[in-house]
Each structure stands twice: as C-alpha cells, then as structure tokens.
Design a protein around this ligand. Structure first.
Ligand code: GLA
Length: 669
C-alpha cells in the first residue's frame, strides 16, 4: 500500500504539519495558496486539535475541519489526517485523574503540556478510541484523505497502578509462571525472589541498584503497551476504509521507550521525525544514520525494501544545547534530498506556519513570523521544485552491502545501573561505526538483529550487548554463508534477559571470533590508550586471549602492552574481526574501511572528495547517484549520466557548487 496509495504516480510527498485550528479561515486560504506556490502536496492536519474537535466529552465540532479538508482538496493538496490523542484536553484530565501519568518516583504529572496521559489507563484508551472512531466515521471517505497519522511520537512512560496491573498481565504472557520470571530476572540475588504476582510492580525509584531483568522487561512491556494503543486506533481506522494507509511518526533517540523494529510490521508506512542535534558536518552524519535506521525498519516491516517517510524535520532553526541554530542557506534542500537518497518517499516539515503563541512559538516553520517573503520560504519553494523534478523516475533500491545491527533492547540494557562503566551506549557505538563508514563513502544498512542479510558482505555488531540464541544463530548463519563479521566490545556478553553468558566474554561469539576475554578495563573519560599502528583506544579496553584468531593491533600501555586490541579470525573465506576498544574516529574509519575492502565492498562513488556524500539507488541497470556537497567549496566528482535537477548531461566529471546537490541518472552494468 504505502506511497503507491498516496500518489500512484511516483510523486514525492512534500509538505508538513499544518495547524489551521490556530488561525482564522482567512489565513487558511492564504496558506493553501502559499502551499501551492511552494509545491506542497501533503499536509498533516489535526495532530494536537483534540480540544477543538471534542470541546466537551462526546460533543464533536467537525465543521471547521470539514472546511479545511474541502479547501485542501480544492487546492489539490492531500491530507495526512491525525488522531489528536497525544494531547488530551483539559476536561479529560480533570474528569480522569487516575489517567494522569506517574513518574518512577511516584509523582503524578498534571495537565499543562502535552502527553499527560497514561497509555495503560482504561479511561484514556476509551477516550482515544472515541475520537479516532468519530474521525474515521466522518472522514474515512473524504477525497483529500491520503494517510491516517495516528497520535504523535508515542514515547511517554508511566508507573501508575493501571500500568502495574497491565505489566503483570504482560509478564504472565511472557514468562508463564513465577518460576520462569524468577529465573529470567536472577531474583536469587539480593533476596528478590517473588512468590506471588501481586509482589511484582513497575520499577519505581528504589534504594540502590535496580534489577536489570526487571528494568528490561518493563521497557519491553511499555513498548508493547504503546503499540497496542496504536493498533487499536489503527484497526478502527482501517475498518472504516481499508484503502487508506495508516502510520504513526517515530521519534528517534534511545531514551524513547519504544522498540521501533517491533512496530514496523504494524504500520503501512514507516514515518520518522528527525532533528539533528549537531550544527556542522555532524548533522549530515546524523541525517544519514536516521535515514538508514528508517529504511531498516521499513524493510523489516515488509520483508523487502520499502519506502519510508521523513514525516517531520525543521525548515530552519533547530534547538540544540540550549540555543537555536540556523540552517544555513542551501542546507534545506541538501537535508531533504539526503533523506530521499536513502529511501524517503518525500520531505515533510514541522511545521508549515509558525504559531503566534504556545509552547513552541519559536520553533522554525516554512511560513515564519515574518511571513512568506523570506529566505526560508524561497528555499522551501526551491526544494518543492527539486522534488518535482525527481518525480516519476523509478526511485530504485538503496545500494548497500554493509549492515550494522541496532537493537533497542541492547540500548536500554547498556544504560542499566551497575555496569562496569557509566555512559555505555549502544546507540553511540552504532553512531560511531556508522559515522566511520559514512566518512569512508560506504553506504550502510542499519538492521534489527534477525533480519535477512541478503547481499550483506560485512555485518558489524557495535556493543550489541544482548544476544538471544536466535541472534547468535543469525550471526553464525551469516558467517558460515561466507559473510564477514566485525564485533566490538560488550557485544554478546549477555542473553536476552540481560543475564551474563558465562565462560569468558563475549560469550555469544567467542568461537566465531577465536578469542576469549578474561577481564574488562574500562577507561576514564579522558583516557586514550595508544595502539600499535598509530591510533588510540578510548572508553574501554580488555585482556583478550587468542583462541584461533590472529592479532591485528595491540595495546601500548594501560598494563596491556603488546596484548591484542583488534583481532581477526579466518572462517573459510570470511573473516571475523574483534575490536576490544573504541578506536578514535580516524582509526575507526581506517579499520572499518579495511574490513569492508577485504569483504569486497566498494564506496558508492570511489573518487568522491571528502565532504561529498554519495548514495546510489539502483533499479536493474538504472542508477540514481545522489551527490551532496557538504563543503563550502566547489567540488569535482567523477560521474557520468544525466543530471535530473538541471537536466544537463555529465560526461566523466561533475563540478558541484559549494553546498550543491546533484542526482545523476546513470546507465549501470
Ligand atoms: C516533535 C513533535 C512536534 C514538535 C517537534 C519540535 O517532532 O512531533 O510536535 O514538538 O518535535 O521539534
């Protein structure tokens, strides 16, 4: 279904969140004219409009939304109609105080912002279904409707009695009985053995270190609870008109208590919001990672490559580290096309028109507080035109033959208290490996453990702490099928319940890697351990004993001089690398590029100069080479084809302006 049902004609989606409930009808008409001028074809409407749609319980006021949808339809703009359940109205909170969320320390949060609900509270679920049902009944057949956008960024958490009751039910399903639960949570430690389900609660604030199995299961349970809040709305909407695709927008960050890979099968189109926190080249690295994650989830959900959608991004300023920073001229188009290069079905902004008041009054928008006679609006119009030029051409699959595994549960588990070092972070390790490969010009798939690895020549596991037996089998099958493997410290140390796999680290992969780790030696934040070959190790070091592998790099210092830091194990034609520290960025790039080279992987555009990002999408013999010049200098890139944005032929060499973008139509063999 997904984008085909959205457009059916190969157009890319372009638009963003629009909040007509904040404006009088005169502004609606002006907005639709401006949208048309900018090339907008899809807007999200109604995300936070619950109090305007249901001002008192059960009384619906749809007249304004009728007018808005008709107006958009008349303007040829389609609608991602949201259910407004991320922001219950004041009457709801007053009427159902038991549905307000409770933090881990027992504080009940009050109305005043958004997301003040507990997703396990029956009253919230009933009210959410009620408004979703009413919207479905009224708009499921509206000709402007292209997509249902359920809720907004599911990601809140709660510890109230409703939650605890639901948690116990979830645990019963997962573990069967208390014997299994006690075993999974290793409750013989510190006298935590449970003898009655009533003793099991949410992990509240406690005296000292909490139980890791308990913390991990609570995260999993909560992700499933939010998912069920989504699926029950989805099922209502689907019943009203099965032809309309349904999604919800994911928010990225490993603080979010949602395992997006598990959600991917439940949405018709994976949709992500992305706001890079870095201001420089780091923003481009983050963009590439977010897009590769989204593509991985989209493929995971459908069992084959599938489009996904950048549902929110900032047209201009982004709030970073306490201040807003500006997206420099030209960056909007480059950012937008960076997502399209990696599989997005379009570019959507948060938000269309800047609000005159409210909490996010200074968030950037396409139509700013200064109006539409602005640089931002002109750039948005340019981007709309560029997306228009890419329409109708076969988009092709993103070409990648390296995969990095990302696992939400490992990210949660590494953050548990009582680890050998503070600040251990699976997401940061995935980011570092992805960044190193990005700088080496190598396109990467980011995949959940267990995903098919067809075409993957090198699988990278960065601090993939948890390994179920199924994950171990998955890695083993990849290597025995001839795939190369690179595993970093702390991968495979624990099982899916966060219990340590015994016999020496990394218990899950020792034999594949031909090593046995006896001891960890975490490094201080400012510590750098020299390595042979010139680099340094950071964060972590280990006593690595060889058990079949050969040493590649050794430590120089830290009591580990001449002991292996990086090793390689030959298995048939494949190699299995073990990296027992986090190399500095340069060393990491060289090491990963070498592992990729030995696995037969080449960059998408081998001659591209540093700072020029290249991603190829391929459809049989037809290629689309996306080139993004992130530098402030003109760059010359070896390339041949037909440039789609300018319509000019390119014969052997393309000169790109500073900050420029090109999409080359190539004939491949
Ligand atoms: C998220 C939300 C939006 C808005 C933006 C601000 O992505 O979905 O409602 O709050 O962040 O960046």
């Amino acid at each position: 279904m997904a984008t085909k049902a959205l457009w059916g004609d190969g157009r890319l989606c372009y638009g963003g969140d629009w909040n007509p409930e904040q404006w009088p009808p005169r502004v609606w008409r002006e907005d639709v004219d401006l949208m048309r001028a900018a090339g907008v074809n899809l807007v999200t409407v109604g995300v936070f409009a619950w109090s305007r749609l249901e001002p008192t319980p059960g009384r619906y006021t749809f007249d304004w939304l009728d007018e808005v949808l008709d107006l958009l339809h008349g303007g040829g703009i389609r609608v991602a109609l949201a259910t407004p359940t991320a922001s219950p109205p004041p009457w709801f909170s007053l009427r159902h105080p038991d549905a307000l969320p409770v933090t881990a320390d027992g504080t009940r949060l009050q109305h005043g912002s958004r997301d003040t609900y507990c997703a396990a509270a029956p009253a919230y679920r009933t009210a959410a279904r009620g408004i979703a049902d009413a919207l479905a009944a009224r708009y499921a057949d509206h000709p402007a409707l292209a997509l249902w956008h359920v809720h907004n960024e599911y990601g809140t958490i709660c510890h109230c009695p409703h939650t605890e009751a639901a948690f116990r039910r979830w645990l019963t399903d997962r573990h069967g009985d208390l014997t299994a639960l006690n075993d999974a949570w290793a409750t013989s430690f510190w006298s935590q053995h449970y003898t009655d389900w009533a003793q099991v609660g949410a992990p509240r604030a406690t005296q000292y270190l909490a139980n890791p199995g308990h913390l991990l299961d609570f995260r999993r349970f909560w992700s499933d609870t939010l998912l069920s809040a989504y699926t029950e709305q989805r099922d209502l909407l689907r019943a009203a008109n099965p032809a309309i695709p349904i999604t919800t927008n994911y928010v990225l960050g490993d603080w979010v208590p949602v395992d997006h890979a598990r959600w991917a099968r439940e949405v018709d189109l994976v949709a992500v919001d992305h706001y890079p926190s870095a201001t420089d080249l780091g923003a481009e690295e983050q963009t590439a990672l977010a897009a590769d994650l989204a593509r991985g989830w989209a493929r995971h959900g459908r069992g084959r490559p599938a489009p996904w959608l950048l549902m929110e991004s900032a047209p201009n300023q982004i709030h970073t580290a306490g201040r807003m920073h500006t997206k420099e001229p030209g960056r909007m188009t480059r950012h937008g096309l960076a997502h399209v290069a990696r599989g997005s079905a379009g570019v959507m902004f948060f938000q269309w028109r800047a609000p005159a008041g409210g909490a996010e009054r200074f968030h950037s928008a396409v139509v700013t507080h200064a109006g539409a006679d602005t640089r931002v609006f002109r750039e948005a119009t340019d981007l709309g035109a560029a997306l228009g030029r890419l329409a109708g051409t076969a988009p092709g699959r993103v070409e990648a033959s390296v995969a990095i595994a990302y696992d939400a549960a490992s990210a949660w588990a590494l953050r548990h208290p009582g680890m050998p070092r503070a600040g251990l972070d699976h997401t940061a390790e995935v980011t570092a490996a992805h960044r190193a490969l990005w700088h080496a010009g190598i396109t990467v798939d980011v995949v959940p453990p267990g995903d098919p690895l067809d075409g993957c020549r090198l699988l990278v596991l960065p601090a993939l702490y948890l390994a179920s037996d199924a994950t171990v089998d998955w890695v083993r099958r990849h290597v025995h099928g001839g795939g190369h493997l690179l595993v970093t410290w702390l991968s495979g140390v624990a099982d899916e319940h966060a219990r340590i796999r015994l016999g020496g680290y990394p218990g899950a992969y020792r034999d594949l890697l031909g090593v046995r780790v006896e001891e960890f030696h975490p490094l201080a934040d400012d510590e750098r351990l020299p390595l042979t070959g010139g680099g340094t190790g950071t964060i972590w070091s280990e006593t690595v004993r060889l058990a079949g592998a050969e040493p590649v790099t050794a430590y120089l210092g830290g009591g580990l001089t001449d002991q292996p830091a990086v090793t390689r194990h030959r298995i048939g034609d494949a190699r299995a690398w073990y990296v027992s520290t986090r190399p500095d960025d340069d060393t990491w790039r060289r090491l990963l590029a070498e592992a990729a080279r030995l696995a037969g992987v080449t960059p998408a555009c081998p001659g591209a100069p540093p700072g020029v990002e290249a991603v190829r999408r391929r459809d049989g013999e037809h290629g689309r080479l996306y080139l993004l010049n992130h530098t402030d200098q003109p760059q010359r890139v070896p390339a041949t084809g037909w440039e789609l944005l300018t319509g000019a032929p390119v014969d052997g060499l393309l000169t790109m302006p500073p900050g420029g973008v090109a999409v080359l139509c190539e004939q491949l063999h």
